[in-house]
Ligand binder design. Structure first.
Ligand code: DGT
Ligand code: MG
Length: 504
C-alpha cells in the first residue's frame, strides 16, 4: 500500500482558474476559506431549509429540515475531525502523515462536506427518488436492454431501443437507459456542485462528497471487495469525465473513496439517529417515556454497565432527577445526545486511525460505525426504533405517498417535452417559442435558466452528424427534467403540482 501522505490527498487545485505554484500554509488555508464562502452562500444550501429530513411539509419550525440537520452533521464532523487530529498529534504522527500543516484544511473539508452532504436530495427524500426512478423505469425499461435487441422491447423512446447490428451504439443505449433510471441524491449532489452550480470547488472538497463510487449506469453486482462503497450510485454518465479527472487529482483507485468521506458519513449517522427520535417526540408520535420503553425493549439483553445503561438509561434517569428547570423532554435529549456523542465520536475516531492504511487507500469497505461493537449496536438501536415507530407512523406514510404522487405528477406534466423529436426540441431550445407547440413552449419556459444552460452546453459538444446524437440529446433532455424537478423544494413542488393540476 502507498505510504500515507495527506499532501497527496488534500489537493487545493480547482478545475477552472486554479491557483498555481507552491503555496504556503497560510495561502492554502485561504483557498479553503474561499471554498467555505462558495458553499455557505450557495442557493442550493439555502434550499435545504425547505426539504424533508423525515417529516414532509412540516410547519413546526422546531422539527428538523435538511438544513438544520446538515448544520448538526457539520458540528459532529468537526468534532470527529478534531478528535482524530488531536490523537495523531499526541502520537506525534501528524508530520509522518503529511498533516502537520494541513490540520485546518482537514477540518474545513470535513465540515463543508457535512454541510453539503444532502445537497442533491430531491423533494420528499427517498420517496422523491423512488418516484423519479419508477417513472423513468416504466418508460425506458432498462432490464429489456440488458441483453440482445428484443422485438418486444418495452422502451417507449425509439432512439433508445436496441437494434440488430448497431453494437457500439447499443452499448450507449444500454448505458443511458440504466443511468436515467438510477437517480440518486448523492450523484445529483456531484452534478449540482460541478455541472449545474459551477461552484468550482477544490478537488479535495468535491472528493469528500463522493460518498458512493458506483457509476449510475453500472449493471450487475459490484465486486465483493467494494460492495459497501458501491452500495448505491454515486455519479452519473454526464459527470463521467469529470469524475475520472477527480480520481487522478486525488490519486483514487477505480472504485476507491476519498479518505475524509468516512468522517462525513459517520457524522451523518450519529446526528440523524438521535435527532429523528427527538423530532418524533416534538411531533408527539411518542412521549419520552414511551420512547425509552421502545429503546429498552429493542436493546434486548440488559447487563449492568452496558453501553445502553451508560448512554440511554443514564440520560433517562438524569432527566427525571432534575426536571425543575427544563422540560423533561429537553433534558432527556440533551443528555442522550451528549452521552451518545461522547461514546460514538471517540469510537469513530479510533476506527479511522486503526484502519488508516485502508482508508487512505480508499478501500475500507465499511462505514466507521458498522461493525460488531456495542457502539454500532447502539446506532442500530436508534435506527430500528425510528424505522418501526416513526417512519411507519400513518401520518408520515400518508405524506410520503402524497410526495410520491406530487413528483410522479410533475414528471407527467412535463412529459410533452420528452415526447418531442430531437429536431423539434432543438428548434424549441433555439427559438424559445414555437407556435405549433403551445404547451411545450410554455413548459419549456418554466424550466430554470441554470438547468437549460447546462443542457445547451452539454449538447453543444456532441457532433450532430454522429449516430449517437439522438441518444445523447435525449439523455441530456431527461437530465434537464430530472435536474429541474429534483432541484425543487418540497413546498415548491407541492405548489407547482397543485397549480398545474388546476386544483386551485
Ligand atoms: N420519513 C422517512 N424518513 C426516512 C426513511 N428512511 C430514512 N429516513 C430518514 C432517516 C434520516 O433522517 C434520513 C437518512 O438520510 P438519507 O435520506 O440521506 O439516507 P442515508 O443517509 O441513510 O443514505 P445515503 O447513504 O445518504 O444515501 O432519512 C423513511 O422511510 N421515511
Ligand atoms: Mg444522506
Amino acid at each position: 500500500m502507498a505510504q500515507i501522505d495527506f499532501r497527496n490527498k488534500i489537493n487545493w487545485h480547482r478545475r477552472y482558474r486554479s491557483p498555481q505554484g507552491v503555496k504556503s500554509e497560510h495561502e492554502i488555508l485561504r483557498i479553503f476559506e474561499s471554498d467555505r464562502g462558495r458553499i455557505v452562500n450557495s442557493p442550493a444550501i439555502r434550499r435545504l431549509q425547505q426539504k424533508t429530513q423525515v417529516f414532509p411539509l412540516e410547519r413546526n419550525a422546531a422539527v428538523r429540515t435538511r438544513l438544520t440537520h446538515s448544520m448538526e452533521v457539520q458540528q459532529v464532523g468537526r468534532y470527529i475531525a478534531k478528535e482524530i487530529l488531536s490523537r495523531l498529534k499526541e502520537q506525534r504522527m501528524l508530520k509522518a502523515y503529511g498533516l502537520d500543516e494541513l490540520t485546518a484544511p482537514f477540518e474545513s473539508i470535513v465540515e463543508m462536506a457535512c454541510l453539503m452532504h444532502d445537497i442533491g436530495n430531491p423533494p420528499f427524500g427517498h420517496f422523491g427518488e423512488a418516484a423519479i426512478n419508477d417513472w423513468f423505469r416504466q418508460r425506458l425499461c432498462p432490464s429489456d436492454a440488458a441483453s440482445q435487441p428484443l422485438s418486444d422491447d418495452r422502451c417507449m423512446v425509439k432512439a433508445l431501443c436496441l437494434r440488430e447490428g448497431e453494437e457500439p451504439l447499443n452499448d450507449l443505449r444500454r448505458k443511458v437507459r440504466q443511468d436515467l433510471c438510477h437517480f440518486e441524491g448523492n450523484a445529483q449532489g456531484i452534478r449540482l456542485v460541478h455541472t449545474l452550480m459551477r461552484m468550482n470547488l477544490t478537488w479535495a472538497q468535491v472528493g469528500c462528497i463522493l460518498k458512493y463510487t458506483r457509476p449510475a449506469w453500472w449493471q450487475g453486482e459490484p465486486p465483493a471487495s467494494h460492495d459497501y462503497l458501491m452500495k448505491k450510485p454515486g455519479y452519473y454518465f454526464s459527470e463521467e469525465a469529470y469524475i475520472e479527472r477527480l480520481r487522478k487529482e486525488l490519486s483514487l483507485s477505480p472504485f476507491g473513496r476519498f479518505p475524509l468521506t468516512w468522517i462525513m458519513e459517520a457524522a451523518d449517522d450519529i446526528s440523524y439517529c438521535v435527532a429523528d427520535l427527538e423530532d418524533a417526540v416534538e411531533k408527539r408520535i411518542f412521549t419520552v417515556e414511551e420512547l425509552y420503553q421502545h429503546l429498552y425493549d429493542a436493546w434486548g439483553h440488559h447487563e449492568k454497565g452496558s453501553l445502553f445503561a451508560q448512554v440511554v438509561e443514564n440520560a433517562f434517569e438524569k432527566s427525571r432527577s432534575n426536571s425543575f428547570s427544563h422540560s423533561t423532554e429537553d433534558q432527556f435529549f440533551m443528555y442522550l445526545r451528549v452521552n451518545t456523542l461522547n461514546k460514538l465520536v471517540p469510537y469513530a475516531a479510533s476506527r479511522f486511525i486503526d484502519n488508516l492504511p485502508a482508508i487512505y487507500a480508499g478501500e475500507f469497505n465499511h462505514a466507521l460505525l458498522e461493525d460488531d461493537s456495542s457502539f454500532s449496536q447502539l446506532l442500530e438501536l436508534y435506527k430500528n426504533v425510528a424505522m418501526h415507530h416513526v417512519f411507519s407512523h400513518p401520518d408520515v406514510e400518508q405524506l410520503e405517498l402524497q410526495g410520491y404522487r406530487v413528483i410522479s405528477g410533475l414528471l407527467e406534466i412535463y412529459r410533452p417535452l420528452l415526447q418531442l423529436t430531437t429536431e423539434a426540441f432543438s428548434e424549441l431550445v433555439e427559438k424559445e417559442r414555437i407556435k405549433r407547440l403551445p404547451i411545450e413552449t410554455r413548459l419549456f419556459h418554466k424550466l430554470s435558466t441554470r438547468h437549460r444552460l447546462a443542457y445547451v452546453e452539454a449538447v453543444s459538444k456532441i457532433d450532430r452528424q454522429s449516430p449517437s446524437w439522438p441518444v445523447m440529446e435525449f439523455y441530456y433532455r431527461c437530465r434537464l427534467i430530472q435536474d429541474y424537478i429534483s432541484g425543487m423544494t418540497d413546498l415548491y413542488a407541492w405548489d407547482e403540482y397543485r397549480k398545474l393540476m388546476a386544483v386551485e
